[in-house]
Design a protein around this ligand. Structure first.
Ligand code: ARG
Ligand code: ZN
Length: 874
């Protein structure tokens, strides 16, 4: 703080302890209970050509002393009455985002009328219009604080109420949906073009789970009978052109319903479950009670238009939102600091569900790869925060990979520490104790610790930011026949937090006999001090130690391995995940160790050459993963100082080329052993397609003569999008002569399908030879649309995967220009895109200075608290 501001504070003690323009922070420690509860809410939402009127009736009951506090944003207040009497201006006060009613009695019935404008709501929060021309629909996104853009309300997750919703609109929107059960529908008297529907949700819920839809949609219908005998109507709503892409999602929903009954004893609790697909959506999907709203990209799937990876994630997201019905909806969060309570647990649940749908090793590989690429990097940078943050300016900025993915890792550590039986006892206890309540992370841990009180110690994982680094070494005593492993942990001290404490870190460990390759001992070591030693008895000869098996904790591991040990483990590890982990360690040693001390790639290349051909025939998906070399972007995230994007890319591409060349003689055989077959959605078929795409790219990299022909044939004869897009991507990235011709063909074939055109944009924006000018021309393409987040991401997020272009004056100017443009229209999206630039301060000069200047400039030109908070550390 400057002295001028300090002086101002002395003169005026009311002055807040922040610079005058800085948005204010909300703190966990300031939590207080609401003074009023809401028993029932009646909403009447009437949509007109260019506005909507929302009438609400709230039955409120006093809980503690204090005023009634309602939140409201972008609302035009028409009338407000309490217990039938119009409020005078001295009875209430309206200020920035808040309406306070003084002197309320024990029970208060509030009648409020507001006018809103969904047609101009580009932020996609609250009630907004999606689409354009005569193809429009109205949908809501209320989590976390969108409901206050619909009406004045105690919009906080610890206020639970019973909602009844009446929707009224023109008949050209035949689909009128809200949470719960349909009670009534009909014509509007005196308005022959209008109709209405009334929905009633019998469950108590916070306002962030409210949803409604006014649209013209087709529906795919199915049903499910729960383990409790409830007959549930399942409906998936989409535009008529997309209704043929709803079967995968519907099947996933039924699978998820069954899975939750079997694995957690949780059955669905309403008579109807609806999912609606919308093309303009800030996030993936939303778990509104009985009425999920999904980004089209996260629910629509068909072999011709959707890659296998996408389709697999559609299933996972359907499951995720369904699982929220118990972990999030029936038991919800006391306040938004507890976001990880529902998200971490629900991500853990959807990851476990997905692991049952494919090889569990591949599932773990993909989850860990995501964690390492995104969460570790967030935790290492200026936006690092605890899984349960202690303060925020804008909660939308905290829907992060730390809250979600690291949150899931904590639940996983707890589950693994307890073992399946005790974990199930704990979750049963959690559901028994807290059903219908809004609770905290402490409550969660307290229920899970009924069989083992040490589980409560995991609370520090929620409080402390930073990725722990576990280092270790071993000594073998041949006389005593003991192996001693010494491990220590260290977490960086993040500015603004207490000095880090040692955390409970489960380290799954196995000892391998060097001669036979067999496992001689297996143990879960619990490292919960700064340094600890663990002794294994009766070890006949010095073994190779495999640590952190299945990635038993979200930490970085530095163990004093020889390259040969890792090569040994690649051969002998029994678990597919651990084999992949070993390849990643080898790659990191080659690419990332301090200058001069890098490992030579020989051991890695030799080990791959031996492993790959065998594995390809055995488990194609795993074989494809073993060829992973982290992207340049991901490698950068492990560099804390003097990051040179050009150098990293050169080295990364260099190693990739070495792998391609090393196996040059084998690509043709591998490729030909993976023939294209008619489409099948099995783990095996997906594995073959994945490996074929990797092999194709490798062969092109190694300049295998026939490879360009393979690419064209694969494109022309593709049975599905995975094959077609894999070929197209390879042609574009390797700048094959016909790439443009194929790009044009792809565009023409799929012109009518937005999600495929997103792929078309992204393959160009992420191309190896992309330039800022090419991106600019994509941004002015007739199909580009600033109001569709999927389209914006298809260019901007895709482009950010090319650090050598992003981190140039021109690249950054383009990128920050986009943020500035979106700052006002859609601050949630703007802020998320901006987070990619958080690691600017690790760049080597002169880029660092240049990036800093551009971010300072950006700071002057933006006004949303979302974006300003993400720029706080600049
Ligand atoms: N609860 C949703 C999910 O994870 C995410 C919604 C977040 N929306 C937002 N605007 N931040 O399933
Ligand atoms: Zn979620």
């Amino acid at each position: 703080m400057s002295t001028a501001e300090t002086d101002a504070q002395i003169i005026n003690p009311e002055m807040p302890d922040v610079p005058p323009h800085a948005p204010s922070k909300i703190n966990l420690k300031d939590y207080t209970k609401p003074s009023f509860d809401v028993e029932t809410v009646h909403l009447d939402i009437k949509l007109f050509e260019d506005y909507a009127q929302v009438d609400s009736k709230l039955e409120m009951v006093r809980q503690t002393a204090g005023d009634i506090v309602l939140f409201g944003e972008s609302l035009e207040l028409l009338t407000i009455t309490m217990n039938g009497k119009a409020l005078n201006t001295e009875d209430y006060q309206q200020e920035a985002g808040k309406l306070t009613i003084y002197n309320a009695p024990e029970r208060a019935t509030l009648d409020i009328q507001v006018r809103i404008c969904p047609q101009t709501n580009t932020a996609l929060e609250g009630l907004y219009m999606a689409g354009s021309g005569d193809d429009t629909m109205f949908v809501t996104q209320c989590e976390p604080e969108g409901f206050r853009k619909i009406t004045f309300y105690p919009d906080r997750p610890d206020v639970l109420a019973i909602f009844t919703t009446r929707l009224e609109a023109d008949k050209r929107y035949p689909t009128l949906l809200a949470n719960g059960n349909l009670v009534e529908a009909g014509e509007v008297a005196d308005a022959p073009d209008r109709h209405y529907a009334i929905w009633h949700d019998p469950t108590n819920k916070p306002s962030y789970l409210f949803a409604c839809v006014v649209a013209d949609l087709d529906v795919l219908t199915d049903s499910y009978t729960t383990s409790e005998g409830r007959e549930v109507l399942l409906e998936l709503y989409a535009k008529s052109a997309d209704i043929d892409k709803c079967d995968v999602g519907m099947q996933a929903l039924k699978d998820a319903m069954k899975w939750d009954e079997v694995n957690y004893g949780r059955a669905y609790d309403l008579d109807r479950y609806m999912i609606v697909a919308v093309s303009q959506f800030n996030m993936g999907a939303m778990e509104n009670k009985g009425l999920n709203i999904f980004n089209t990209a996260c629910v629509l799937s068909s072999p011709e238009t959707t890659t296998d990876a996408r389709s697999f994630s559609v299933k996972a997201i359907i499951a995720h939102e369904y699982f929220h019905n118990w972990t999030g909806n029936r038991i919800t969060c006391r306040d938004w600091f507890q976001l990880c309570l529902k998200e971490g647990f629900t991500v853990y649940r959807d990851q476990s569900f997905s692991a049952d749908q494919q090889s569990s090793a591949v599932q773990r590989i993909d989850d860990v790869a995501t964690l390492r690429a995104h969460q570790f990097s967030e935790d290492a940078g200026p936006l690092a925060h605890p899984v349960r943050p202690e303060s925020f300016v804008e909660i939308n900025n905290f829907y992060t990979t730390t809250v979600y993915e690291k949150g899931a890792e904590i639940v996983r550590m707890i589950a693994n520490t307890l073992g399946p039986n005790d974990f199930r006892k704990g979750t049963d206890e959690y559901f028994r104790r807290y059903d219908g309540q809004a609770v905290t992370v402490e409550d969660f841990l307290s229920a899970l610790s009924i069989t083992d009180e040490k589980i409560e110690n995991f609370i520090d994982w929620y409080r402390q930011p930073g990725t722990p680094v576990v280092s270790g070494s071993q000594t073998y005593d041949s006389t005593a026949q003991t192996l001693t492993i010494t491990l220590n942990q260290q977490t960086r001290h993040v500015k603004g937090f207490d000095a880090p404490k040692p955390l409970p870190i489960p380290v799954a460990t196995a000892l391998f006999d060097k001669d036979s390759g067999a496992i001689v001992a297996e143990r879960m070591l619990l490292l919960d001090e700064a340094t600890q030693t663990f002794v294994f008895e009766n070890v006949a000869s010095e073994p190779v130690v495999s640590l952190l098996r299945d990635f038993s904790a979200p930490v970085q591991l530095n163990y004093d391995y020889q390259d040969a040990d890792l090569a040994f483990l690649l051969k002998h590890e029994t678990n597919g995940f651990n084999r992949w982990q070993v390849t990643q360690m080898l790659v990191n040693r080659i690419l990332l160790q301090g200058q001069g001390t890098k490992s030579s790639p020989d051991v890695y290349l030799e080990a791959l050459a031996q492993t790959l051909p065998v594995l390809a025939a055995d488990d194609a998906m795993l074989a494809a993963r073993l060829l992973d070399i982290p992207s340049a972007q991901e490698l950068a995230s492990a560099i804390s100082k003097d990051y040179d994007p050009v150098l990293v890319k050169e080295q990364r591409d260099g190693l990739y080329k070495q792998v391609a060349d090393k196996l040059k003689g084998q690509w043709a055989e591998l490729y030909n052993n993976l023939p294209m077959q008619s489409y099948e959605d099995s783990a095996e078929a997906r594995g073959i397609r994945a490996l074929r795409n990797v092999v194709l790219d490798m062969a092109l990299t190694a300049n295998v003569d026939a490879a360009a022909d393979w690419a064209q044939q694969q494109y022309d004869n593709a049975s599905c999008m995975t094959e077609r897009f894999g070929a197209l991507k390879a042609m574009v990235n390797h700048q094959l002569v016909d790439a443009d011709k194929y790009l044009a063909d792809f565009y023409e074939r799929f012109q009518a399908n937005d999600l495929v055109i997103d792929l078309w944009f992204s393959v160009q924006a992420a191309a190896d030879d992309v330039t800022p000018d090419m991106v600019k021309s994509l941004l002015t393409h007739t199909d580009f649309d600033w109001n569709t987040p999927n389209r914006v991401r298809s260019v901007i997020s895709a482009f950010s995967s090319q650090p050598t272009v992003l981190w140039t004056a021109e690249g950054l100017e383009m990128y920050t220009g986009v943020i500035q443009k979106l700052d006002d229209a859609n601050p949630v999206l703007a802020s998320r895109l901006l987070q990619v630039l958080a690691r600017w301060n690790t760049l080597a000069e002169p880029r660092r200075q240049m990036a800093h200047e551009q971010l300072v400039d950006l700071q002057k030109n933006v006004s949303s608290k979302h974006v300003l908070e993400s720029l706080e550390s600049v």
